[in-house]
Design a protein around this ligand. Structure first.
Ligand SMILES: [Fe+2]
Length: 350
């Protein structure tokens, strides 16, 4: 169980109202944690380790509750959020740690769902309310829930770009051999009309990459780099996957790292596009939903899958110019990690 004294401390800290994420004079981020796939109906002991890590930012990377529903009143999703509010560690994190959130299919409301989900408007309203998005936030008036923040002083800025992989996404192409290795649910669809982000979000995303920041964390609830499996991933639409990498390359943006979830397994991935520095992806999943028998060929994977409860971390040492990307287990122990120099990601000297 969560340490009660620590919980009390965090509650007291929360009462002081943490500084706004974009506040001037805010110190640089050095300890960022993230995770996905938290079923509110099952125990969530991992919050103890996450709180002990003392992140200065936590990113909820999707499937933050499991609230699939098919009624206009979204009863199951409402109940899921209400239940999450009763989990001590989840509550302590939300009250005591600055955080950002994006949804995936199970807090969107339908397994593997996309733009044709008829109840997405109510799901969005519940999402924005649960995450306490202000009434004047642009997400209240535009389609989808995509968002971006730049945090930290000049020379030590982290940009977090949170993509919406649900609201606009075209229908996936079902597998012709459901369950077969590499074709578990879906097969790649090279149709150029198919979209992951939709036109408005694509334009917005390309613009974000020109904003000033030293490190850019691009959060995609579904995996970007992973290849070789037939579950959800950007490779379901290969042209869109390539467009994402091309958009990053053409922008000249440095310091890009991808964060993802969804899979019920954790892993690190790396791909080096032509004329580009290596792009790393940390997939952290799940906070309590894991598939211990998972298997995938993983041509781009760095090390083995980690198919037990985990959270991801991005440790930034601005002075040593190093970034550690890691997956930590339920006890907080790093299980997969890679250390990158700023030079590896072509991050300039302030
Ligand atoms: Fe998911």
């Amino acid at each position: 169980m969560f340490n009660r004294r620590r919980l009390t401390q965090l509650m007291a800290a929360a009462a002081l109202a943490p500084a706004s994420l974009s506040a001037q004079g805010r110190p640089p981020l050095t300890r960022i944690a993230f995770g996905s796939c938290a079923d509110q109906a099952k125990p969530q002991p991992i919050w103890d380790a996450i709180l002990e890590y003392h992140p200065d930012l936590f990113i909820f990377a999707g499937d933050n509750v499991y609230g699939d529903f098919n009624t206009a009143d979204a009863t199951n999703l409402r109940r899921a959020y209400e239940r999450a509010e009763t989990i001590p560690g989840y509550v302590a994190l939300r009250q005591g740690v600055d955080h950002l959130a994006v949804w995936d299919d199970h807090d969107y409301g339908i397994n593997d769902g996309g733009g044709d989900f008829p109840h997405k408007a109510i799901a969005k309203e519940l999402f924005l309310d649960f995450w306490k998005v202000p009434a004047d936030d642009v997400r209240r008036t535009r389609d989808g829930i995509y968002d971006a923040q730049i945090i930290g002083p000049p020379g030590m800025r982290v940009q977090v770009i949170l993509m919406d992989l649900r609201w606009f996404r075209s229908p996936l192409k079902p597998s012709d051999q459901r369950g077969a290795p590499g074709k578990e649910r879906y097969v790649p669809d090279p149709d150029p009309a198919k979209t992951m982000l939709g036109p408005a979000q694509w334009d917005w995303f390309a613009d974000q990459l020109f904003k000033p920041a030293e490190v850019r964390l691009i959060v995609s609830s579904t995996q970007v780099l992973a290849e070789g499996h037939g579950w959800e991933r950007w490779g379901n639409f290969p042209l869109e996957r390539q467009r994402l990498l091309d958009t990053i390359r053409r922008s000249g943006a440095k310091g890009v790292v991808l964060l993802s979830g969804d899979r019920h397994v954790g892993a690190l991935y790396r791909e080096t596009p032509t004329d580009h520095y290596p792009i790393y992806e940390v997939t952290s999943s799940g906070l309590n939903m894991v598939y211990w028998a998972a298997n995938e060929p993983g041509p781009n994977r760095v090390g083995a899958l980690y198919p037990a409860a985990n959270f991801g971390v991005v440790d930034i040492d601005w002075w040593e110019r190093k970034i550690v990307l890691a997956l930590r287990d339920e006890g907080g122990t790093p299980r997969r990690s890679v250390t990158l120099g700023f030079d590896d990601l072509q991050i300039g000297r302030g």
